[in-house]
Ligand binder design. Structure first.
Ligand SMILES: [Zn+2]
Length: 281
């Protein structure tokens, strides 16, 4: 599930790999992937890739005054391949064929088709509703005062930090790492934080920058489909906390889980497994 650091390194590597490449043709084998129809995807033919960037967790591929805004959702991947996809490749959603034989491919794994793309005038990207509804980028972090204001809500930190409308770029993996770094409970409410805790949480956003640095060092020119994420806490239940050695615990929800160190984040308390407590009711 790509989050800010993963999408950032994807954008950086694609930017280098695609600089100046010319599009031969573009098509969308994914039936429902294109959320715009004017200009048509074919309008990319003959254009040069002028840059690849990112807004929140969304990659943006620029072709002069047109831009392809992509939402990978949970299972989408964007990569350049040396050869064209087989027409039988059922994971293909958008194919941008380059005149040097390479292909920029948006693929999606699994059965659900949820990834989408919009081809927009480049200057309209910032006004697209998927972009305007985003909160400030989590990395580089917003100024402390702005962060304090957006976190001041009566919601648990775990969903609050993942709510893209409040702060963009954090998902289910990195939220656990940020909260562990800040030594804060995932079930603490944003509005209940002291000034000192807000500062700690704000500072902890550096784990996103550290992750980008890690990827810069470990990922070569070719992006893998799934780079190992440098996670210390997320999905590490049963392992010792890398800081204090206490066993890392987990709370499971229907589609995700949160992990934490009880010693340092919840005052020594092991939180109830909500899945289990529901079953027992
Ligand atoms: Zn610990």
């Amino acid at each position: 599930m790509p989050e800010l650091p993963e999408v950032e390194i994807t954008a950086r590597r694609l930017d280098t790999a695609l600089a100046g490449a010319t599009v031969e043709s573009a098509l969308a084998p994914g039936m429902n992937v294109m959320k715009t129809f004017d200009p048509p995807l074919e309008a990319l033919a003959g254009r040069q890739v002028s840059g690849v960037g990112r807004v929140g967790k969304m990659p943006v591929v620029k072709f002069g005054d047109l831009a392809l805004l992509i939402h990978l959702m949970s299972a989408g991947r964007l990569r350049v391949f040396d050869k064209r996809a087989s027409p039988k490749d059922r994971a293909s959603r958008v194919l941008v064929r380059l005149d040097d034989g390479r292909e920029l491919r948006l693929r999606e794994f699994g059965t659900k088709q949820r990834a989408w793309a919009k081809l927009l005038p480049a200057d309209a990207v910032a006004e697209d509703e998927s972009v305007t509804r985003l909160g400030p980028e989590a990395w580089p972090p917003p100024p402390l005062e702005q962060f304090a204001a957006l976190i001041d809500q009566p919601h648990h930190l775990h969903p609050l930090l993942r709510h893209q409308g409040d702060i963009s770029g954090i998902g289910r993996s990195w939220v656990d790492e940020i909260l562990w770094e800040a030594r804060l409970s995932p079930f603490k409410k944003g509005s209940d934080l002291s000034d000192e805790e807000i500062e700690r949480l704000h500072t902890a956003l550096h784990v996103l920058g550290d992750a980008i640095d890690h990827y810069e060092e470990t990922i070569g020119e070719q992006l893998p489909d799934k780079a190992p994420m440098p996670l210390k806490i997320h999905k590490r239940e049963g392992d010792p906390c890398p800081r204090c050695g206490t066993t890392i615990e987990a709370v499971y929800f229907s589609e995700h889980q949160t992990n934490y160190c009880p010693q340092e984040q919840t005052g020594g308390r092991v939180l109830k497994d909500r899945r289990l407590s529901k079953l027992l009711k």
